[in-house]
Design a binder for this molecule. Structure first.
Ligand SMILES: NC(=O)c1ccc[n+]([C@@H]2O[C@H](COP(=O)([O-])OP(=O)(O)OC[C@H]3O[C@@H](n4cnc5c(N)ncnc54)[C@H](OP(=O)(O)O)[C@@H]3O)[C@@H](O)[C@H]2O)c1
Length: 249
């Protein structure tokens, strides 16, 4: 490794931002975070930031070589599988160490009423027949399957608004960014007379409040399971990622 270690973090998550902040405090490192560019106003990040796709795995290999990246840490969202597969293959070609920071999935506990499904499309078909008013918290990019449910009303929460040219399910948009509190989530669910929730199993604390709120109100949650990720070295939290990195500096 060169004297300064150049670290690329694949970001787009709170964990990636926290990791960039901690890693940039280490000596002899340069930290770059890569964002896909989906969020209009991303949170502020330590180190430098680049935005936009690389052009598949080959594009990422080119970038790693051109930028003389020494270490790649994939801290993307558990549902951003494509970039993780691209990264896992690019690091082999670029011959650099690779770590995945994957926060643990939420686990169902007593009194949770989860219906676990494999995909967002399956979630649209799994909404309990007695639920008409649905809290849809899967982001703004996969709303299409729910437009088919014309008898339902959806409260759709996302950070940014959906693209103006896509058809939206019947209902109301709510633009907001976590973390959320259980108290506020309970109030929101009651205010809109919500009867079921659709969520991805994203894990982490920032958006868990809706799951705790659903338990409290005895509401069903249609829970979309995570896509398959590549195998490779992985840790569950930011502190473990920093420790892994320190061993390599
Ligand atoms: N999916 C979610 O539910 C979700 C939720 C919260 C945050 N995010 C964040 O939003 C971003 C996009 O998510 P996605 O589900 O659309 O990902 P994806 O399906 O895995 O990626 C699609 C394409 O977007 C580009 N891309 C994704 N992440 C990138 C990054 N960090 N830097 C540069 N290019 C990136 C890549 O384009 P090229 O092939 O051209 O390189 C990738 O092939 C991710 O960074 C993720 O951390 C996703």
């Amino acid at each position: 490794m060169s004297e300064t270690t150049r670290i690329l973090i694949l970001g787009g998550t709170g964990d990636a931002a926290a990791l960039a902040a901690q890693v940039s405090l280490l000596s002899d490192v340069e930290v770059m975070t890569s964002l896909a560019g989906r969020t209009q106003q991303p949170s502020e990040l330590s180190g430098s930031v680049r935005v936009g796709g690389f052009g598949g795995s080959e594009g990422l290999v080119r970038y790693l070589k051109e930028q003389r990246i020494n270490v790649l840490i994939d801290a993307t969202h558990p549902f951003a599988a494509q970039i993780s597969w691209n990264a896992a293959s690019a690091v082999v070609e670029a011959n650099i160490p690779h770590l995945m920071l994957v926060r643990p999935a939420w686990k169902k506990v007593t009194d949770d009423r989860w219906l676990e499904v494999e995909s967002v499309e399956a979630a649209a078909q799994a909404i309990p027949s007695n639920a008409q008013r649905i809290f849809l918290t899967i982001g703004r990019q996969q709303l299409a399957p729910f437009t088919l449910l014309t008898e339902h009303w959806f409260l759709m929460r996302s950070i940014d608004p959906p693209a103006p040219d896509i058809a939206l399910p019947n209902g109301e948009l709510l633009l907001d960014r976590g973390p959320f509190t259980v108290e506020n989530e309970i109030a929101l669910l009651k205010q809109h007379a919500i009867e079921a929730i659709v969520s991805k199993n994203s894990g982490g604390d920032a958006t868990y409040a809706k799951i705790a709120a659903a338990r409290e109100l005895e509401l069903p949650v249609v829970m979309v399971q995570r896509p398959t990720r590549p195998s490779g070295e992985r840790v569950k939290d930011v502190a473990s990622a920093v420790a892994w990195l320190k061993q390599r500096l």
